[in-house]
Write a protein that binds this ligand. Sequence first.
Ligand code: SF4
Length: 83
Amino acid sequence: MPNQQHIHCSVNNCHYWAQGNMCNANEIMVTSDTIADQLPDKIDAPKANQIQATPVSTCMDSCCKTFVPKGSGNINADGVFKK
Ligand code: SF4
């Protein structure tokens, strides 16, 4: 059965953001702010199975590590693509 999940996101300065507050990335990595700050750009959703578990206390401690600003030179650093 195909994955029918849709990711809604309002971060409209992200390379993967699309009209209607949709995320157009083929995959994303949500993790803790702390770990996202420590890991390099090349460690992202395609390498999710290499990232340790990162429990958080509130939603404010989590983030989308796949975010990359529109027009950034790093859009290919993480191995994530637009659908
Ligand atoms: S990659 Fe993350 S920040 Fe960017 S549009 Fe998708 S969910 Fe939002």
